[in-house]
Design a protein around this ligand. Structure first.
Ligand SMILES: [Zn+2]
Length: 374
């Protein structure tokens, strides 16, 4: 045996549902993306119209057609860990319950999140010049590592730092699962800790102390009474939420607690900057010791941009707002409007029975191919 292992070769021209299965068969749990990234890079380098740049386990592949518009098609290569349930359908390798590869449902880790979307990107890259065709837009394909882990490890964040110029564009599509509809922008998210301080005492002589948990009651009351807004941004309705998500206080069953911390999460519509969102929460909890612990800006859907509008028209389904935070926000920070559009049910992401319909992957490819050609 030599140290060098034979690397996997991907056939980007096979049926896109079968290509999805081939991608699933390469384990790429976060921090183990190398084998898949190698296979993707190798396949992309064979397409003469693309300039390919590799950074760690991320890859950027760009056309240079001199078109007035450039679109970015992005997807992450990593998945969450393999299913925990023994015998779960979502195991590696991929599995076709129909018994006929390419027909019906495909099970396996990453089917929805998001190897179906990555397969669509790769199939487009390989076939968009077929028969001398030239896409009507310049295209940048982005494949990146470490999406399913802490934001500091994000391959996309690293690409922005190391190759920001290669990520310029007029419009970005993230091929995360959306059931084939366009999901625009995303809500922002922010976390706070609200702390109350009391004075410890034996609970048999409670009057000698002061109860920090009781002192937190008005914080909870204000949060419980708060009515979250629904805010229209660029034509889509973003539903906000503001909740206590954790509470911590007390040291023993016979001690008056001297400290209580309420953790609060605010999911705010993309009409607000993080500063405005923070001010809103501070106003609501005026009088309390509130510390911000985490923050990520939202992203406007940008559906009024011509490239976005033509894409929505080509897909044909009514666009929806995205509530969860996604990497569209990173493009938004770069000033690039971005939407999510990909095959598969987002509610199945990370589940042991994760699966995708072969036809949904084909349909996503068809919609993007038609739009890019014009
Ligand atoms: Zn994902």
């Amino acid at each position: 045996m030599t140290a060098q292992t034979a690397s996997v070769r991907l056939d980007l021209r096979q049926d896109v549902a079968l290509l999805t299965a081939a991608l699933i068969d390469i384990n790429s749990v976060s921090a183990n993306e190398k084998e898949l990234a190698d296979a993707v890079e190798h396949a992309l380098r064979k397409i003469p119209q693309l300039t390919v740049v590799r950074d760690g386990d991320s890859i950027i592949a760009r056309t240079a057609l001199g078109r007035p518009e450039r679109v970015i098609l992005a997807g992450h290569l990593d998945t969450v860990p393999l299913p925990t349930t023994e015998g779960a359908l979502g195991t590696v390798p991929s599995f076709w319950p129909s018994g006929a590869p390419g027909e019906g449902l495909l099970y396996g880790r990453g089917t929805t999140d998001m190897k179906g979307g990555v397969a669509v990107q790769l199939a487009l890259a390989a076939t968009m010049f077929d028969g001398g065709a030239e896409p009507g837009k310049d295209v940048t394909f982005v494949f990146y590592d470490h999406e399913e882990v802490e934001a500091v490890k994000s391959g996309l964040g690293r690409l922005v730092r190391n190759h920001g110029g290669l990520l310029d564009g007029d419009f970005a599509i993230l091929l995360e699962p959306t059931h084939g509809t366009v999901e625009g922008g995303c809500n922002g998210t922010m976390r706070f800790e609200a702390t109350t301080i009391g004075e410890a005492a034996h609970s048999a002589r409670a009057w000698m102390g002061s109860n920090a948990i009781h002192a937190a009651a008005p914080i909870l009351a204000r949060l419980a009474a708060y009515e979250p807004a629904t805010i229209n941004v660029d034509g889509l309705d973003y539903r906000e939420s503001l909740n206590a998500v954790k509470i911590n206080g007390g040291t023993a069953g016979n001690v008056i607690p001297d400290r209580c911390v309420v953790e609060i999460n605010y999911r705010f519509a993309p009409d607000k900057t993080p500063d405005q969102a923070e001010a809103h929460v501070r106003e609501l909890l005026d009088g309390f010791d509130v510390v911000k612990t985490d923050s990520a800006a939202g992203a406007r859907p940008g559906l009024n941009h011509p490239a976005a509008a033509s894409f929505v028209a080509a897909v044909g389904a009514e666009p929806k707002p995205k509530y969860g935070w996604t990497d569209v926000a990173r493009f938004s920070e770069l000033g690039i409007p971005a939407v999510n559009f990909g095959p598969g049910d987002p509610l199945l992401a990370h589940k042991d029975n994760e699966h995708v319909d072969a036809d949904a992957v084909r349909e996503c490819l068809r919609a993007l191919r038609t739009w890019l050609a014009n």
